[in-house]
Design a binder for this molecule. Structure first.
Ligand SMILES: Cc1ncc(COP(=O)(O)O)c(C=O)c1O
Length: 389
């Protein structure tokens, strides 16, 4: 087989400034990381609460390796469910205040599993245009009719719900917090539409779990929505600082997913130590609300500083702060310059974001040093304004 087409595709990516490379870092994920032997401020991690390197989380993980070993052996339906998996699911259901929970190996797996199990050829899915790629892939894989509505536009959503007749079931899917824009879905309106038009609502709370709401339960808590029929997916590799993902909802839903969700059934389960780390992190999330205060103070400062400088951060309301640049090459150049000045922030380019909206995706952490953030905000302002005006 010839790989000419691969060479050509790679060349095209390079010429279009869309080529991606892996940036090696040394040591743990923290508010600072080591890149090429240099200590830099990390504005690129989803470890929002700093739990990935928390002593209690590490200790729980090490203890679980000692008591349960390194691996889980097989799918939970084959080699048996280890105690840490069950305990994690019980804790997640309590944390979210739902009937039950089921753990998946990643958010990507969870979205694939939930959506392809709930929707098939005779069904229709309504998905926000800026939903995460794993939702898009899941919708395509489900073979359901797939309709995308303009970002957060409830009037358009209602119009297409009204026009969609003759389907067996309707599923509305939206991110709670949008991963590249940092804004929050208008879930009150969307959940009303779901009820009015007999649709199931699923929320991907990957970036809201642990951070939004007084108890960190996520977008529904933040917006004071209490509806046990809403399906909530969340991840454990972001604010929870560990790895994996989960879905919460009705007991019958969980029972059905255990029996039908292929990305749950046909894969080796998470290592027990990963589950133990998540349990320890959930304890911290529940016991230390001040971590969320720290995160909001820092995020508010950073966004406010950039906005006062006239930089466009879209509709961000959270710890994810996009700095829109436009052109992919300029975004890359700015990212490289910032690294030279001691700031690690990735340029996010198409297809991750729409054409012409390449951006720096700044993520703030609860344990960022305040002086580091001040320096990062000032340097961002100087470097960005120098390039785009
Ligand atoms: C909104 C959203 N959903 C799902 C995922 C996938 O989660 P994971 O990284 O656990 O696979 C991500 C990850 O980036 C995400 O941003």
């Amino acid at each position: 087989m010839s790989f000419d087409f691969v060479e050509r595709a790679l060349k095209d990516l390079k010429e279009g400034d869309l080529y991606r490379t892996l940036m090696p870092i040394d040591g743990p994920q923290g508010p600072r990381v080591r890149v090429s032997g240099k200590d830099v401020i990390n504005l690129s991690s989803n470890n929002y609460l700093g739990l990935a390197n928390h002593p209690k989380v590490k200790e729980a993980s090490i203890k679980a390796v000692e008591s349960c070993g390194a691996g889980s052996g097989a799918s939970r339906l084959v080699s048996g469910t280890m105690r840490p998996h069950l305990e994690l699911e019980e804790r997640l259901a309590t944390f979210k205040g739902t009937e039950a929970a089921l753990v998946f190996n990643s958010g990507y797996h969870a979205n694939l599993g939930i959506i392809t199990t709930l929707a098939g050829r005779e069904d229709i899915i309504f998905s926000d245009r800026l939903n995460h790629a794993s939702i898009v892939d899941a919708c395509i894989l489900s073979r359901a009719k797939f309709k995308r509505y303009p970002h957060c536009d409830v009037n358009s959503l209602e119009r297409i719900l009204k026009d969609s007749k003759g389907y067996r079931r309707k599923l509305i899917v939206t991110d709670g917090v949008f991963s590249m824009d940092g804004d929050i879905a208008p879930l009150k309106d969307i959940s009303m539409l779901a009820e009015r038009y007999g649709a199931t609502l699923m929320v991907d709370d990957a970036h809201a779990t642990g951070v939004l709401g007084n108890h960190g339960r996520g977008t529904l808590e933040h917006l004071a929505i209490d509806n046990p029929d809403i399906i909530q997916m969340g991840t454990l590799g972001k604010a929870v600082g560990s790895f994996g993902a989960f879905v919460t909802g009705r007991k019958t839903l969980i029972e059905y997913l255990i029996n039908r969700a292929r990305p749950f059934i046909y894969t080796t389960a998470l290592p027990p130590s990963v589950c133990a780390a998540s349990i320890a992190a959930l304890d911290i999330i529940m016991q230390e609300p001040n971590l969320r205060d720290e995160l909001w103070n820092r995020s508010g400062f950073f966004r406010g500083y950039l906005n006062n400088a006239g930089l466009d951060t879209l509709m961000s309301e959270t710890q994810i702060i996009p700095v829109v640049i436009g052109n992919a090459r300029t975004a890359l150049t700015i990212s490289n310059e910032l690294l030279e000045e001691g700031i690690f922030v990735q340029a996010i380019r198409p297809p991750t974001v729409p054409e012409g909206t390449s951006r720096l995706r700044v993520t703030v952490m609860a344990n960022h040093d305040q002086d580091d953030l001040k320096y990062a905000a000032e340097t961002n302002k100087r470097v960005v304004l120098n390039k785009i005006t």
